[in-house]
Design a protein around this ligand. Structure first.
Ligand SMILES: NC(=O)c1ccc[n+]([C@@H]2O[C@H](COP(=O)([O-])OP(=O)(O)OC[C@H]3O[C@@H](n4cnc5c(N)ncnc54)[C@H](O)[C@@H]3O)[C@@H](O)[C@H]2O)c1
Length: 357
């Protein structure tokens, strides 16, 4: 029996609700499979810890996580703590400290879920967005001078390196190559941003030489939003900068029915460090504690985690169970249902147990 060490960091808001649901489904999967076990360690890091100690996680937090095979993460964000503190105090130090440079965000319309797009259903929208996760606009490069004075200045410098762009482009071409359509769309803003973004376009063309079987095209990010809404069937794999893909993937989640069904994986492709798996959504103050958070994004990211750990059969079993339960309309209110988080979770666990494949 294989044992995987999982660090669970539920953190804030609905994070603990969806991580509890995800762990319940993972437990059902491991029992059903019989070939692996997950040894889960829970970490109580997050905004409550910040209120008590002044830090979201201990100073040696990433060193503690280093020994795990994967990190299963909820969400950060609290109404009384500034967002840049919660994000830079926990989630970003893990992504950056472990060089999880590929952020992989699949989007599909699941059976039973209605897209806000007319006449678009399962099969019509099947994308994977690859977000550069280590540099760009979120590299933390910038500063403030003359604070509080009329002449105050704030800079937020977007960093693009040849190493960083080449490795994410290579990852995206490989991913596109592994999918049936073998089609990649490279998103930039190289008309207005003449330096880093033009370099992105040039590196895309260079890397493309090594993938002659992958068809690719280019889009400016503003036009990309239109294409996603007007012509979703024309897209498959997408690669974009940290900021652009952050925004586009929220749009993708909404077009697939709800942010509550959108997963993400923060991957270190070289496997030097643990990778981190989380739903895309945040801590959702408006529904925290109501028991109606959609756990599907967390189930889906759990499937990504199993794939990464080398358990693709269990990952596929998870997604079959999720699709069955959605198709039967056992869904939370954000996607038009009346079920609670626990009811959806119990239904998914039952589908996992009952499946006779
Ligand atoms: N990765 C992260 O940890 C992350 C990501 C985004 C936002 N945040 C933080 O979360 C806090 C709230 O941010 P926000 O409101 O902009 O984004 P949000 O994702 O928390 O919520 C946006 C909307 O989507 C709904 N929603 C989100 N997840 C849902 C789910 N699983 N089921 C049903 N509905 C769901 C919410 O109810 C809300 O109406 C902020 O502090 C923000 O900084 C954290």
């Amino acid at each position: 029996m294989k044992h995987y060490k999982i660090a669970a960091i539920p953190a804030d808001g609905i994070g603990p609700e969806v991580i509890a649901a995800g762990l319940q489904a993972l437990d059902a999967l491991a029992r059903r499979d019989g070939g692996f076990a997950l040894d889960v360690t829970q970490f109580d890091w997050g905004s409550e810890r910040y209120r008590q100690t002044g830090a979201m996680m201990p100073a040696d937090g990433t060193a503690q996580l280093r020994a795990f095979d994967a990190i299963f993460f909820g969400a950060v964000g609290a109404p009384d703590v500034p967002d840049h503190i919660t994000l830079w105090g926990l989630r970003l130090p893990i992504c950056q400290g472990f060089d999880q440079y590929a952020n992989v965000r699949p989007t599909r319309i699941l059976p039973g879920i209605v897209s806000p797009l007319a006449n678009i259903g399962p099969g019509d929208l099947d994308w994977v967005i690859v977000r550069e996760n280590s540099e760009g606009e979120y590299s933390g490069h910038g500063g403030r001078a003359h604070k509080g004075l009329p002449e105050e200045v704030g800079t937020e410098v977007a960093i693009f390196t040849r190493v960083g762009v080449t490795r994410i482009m290579r990852y995206a071409f490989q991913l596109a190559q592994s999918r049936p359509r073998k089609f990649l769309t490279v998103v930039t803003k190289s008309n207005a941003q003449r330096f880093g973004m033009v370099m992105w376009d040039e590196i895309a063309a260079e890397v493309a030489q090594d993938f002659p079987d992958v068809t690719w095209d280019k889009m400016l990010v503003d036009a990309m939003t239109v294409r996603m809404v007007k012509n979703p069937r024309s897209l498959d794999t997408i690669v974009a900068t940290n900021l652009h893909a952050d925004i586009l993937s929220d749009l993708a989640g909404a077009l697939a029915g709800s942010l509550g069904v959108a997963p993400t994986a923060n991957i270190d492709p070289e496997r030097r460090y643990p990778s981190m798996f989380e739903p895309i959504h945040g801590s959702a103050f408006d529904i925290t504690g109501k028991g109606i958070a959609n756990p599907v994004a967390t189930f889906w990211t759990a499937a990504q985690m199993l794939d990464h750990l080398g358990e693709p059969a269990a990952a596929q079993r998870m997604m079959r169970a999720v699709e069955k339960v959605c198709a039967e309309s056992v869904m939370t209110p954000d996607v038009g249902g009346t079920a609670t988080t626990q009811e959806v979770t119990d239904a998914v666990c039952e589908a996992i147990r009952a499946e006779n494949i």
